[in-house]
Design a protein. Sequence first.
Length: 112
Amino acid sequence: MDIAHTVSGLILELRRGTLILLVLSQLREPMYGYQLVKRLNDHAVPIDANTLYPLLRRLEGQGLLASSWNTDENKPRKYYQITPEGKQVYNATKTYWQDFSANVDQLLEVDQ
């Protein structure tokens, strides 16, 4: 058994859903992709642009995000912002996360 490979796979699974929650949490105001990558990285949540952009497109396709182009600057940028439906999904998911993570923390403390 390759322990490093197993741990890597488990961490990847944990990150997938968490990244959706974190992306939704940051888009209360319009933000372009690189801004979001930087903000998450600044908070020790590394995300690659090749992971973020497909996620943003998927969330937009689900109606959780809306996008618009800003061409006022030298470089056109696509800005994303959470929709009212996205806020509902975010709030429900955040509540679940908070309860779930508190219970997980309690269980993990027993292990110490």
